[in-house]
Design a protein. Structure first.
Length: 73
């Protein structure tokens, strides 16, 4: 997918969650715009407030983020 690929090339982790979790996260941010999101690439997890979920991230992309590499190496 072009969007995911562009995200990773620019150092952005493309976190994807199910619709229900996305709605809960949006409500949380609307209620408190200072909400902190923690992204753990090693465990492929997102945490914000009382919400904790995992997200898909292929092993190659995960490895590049964890090692600070780009597409070239």
């Amino acid at each position: 997918d072009i969007f995911r690929n562009n995200c990773t090339k620019n150092g952005l982790v493309p976190v994807q969650v199910d619709a229900e979790t996305g709605e809960r996260l949006m409500r949380m941010v609307e209620d408190d715009p200072t909400t902190v999101f923690q992204i753990d690439i090693a465990s492929r997890s997102l945490r914000a407030g009382d919400i904790e979920t995992t997200f898909p991230l292929d092993e190659g992309t995960q490895h590049r983020f964890l090692e600070g590499l780009d597409d070239i190496g």
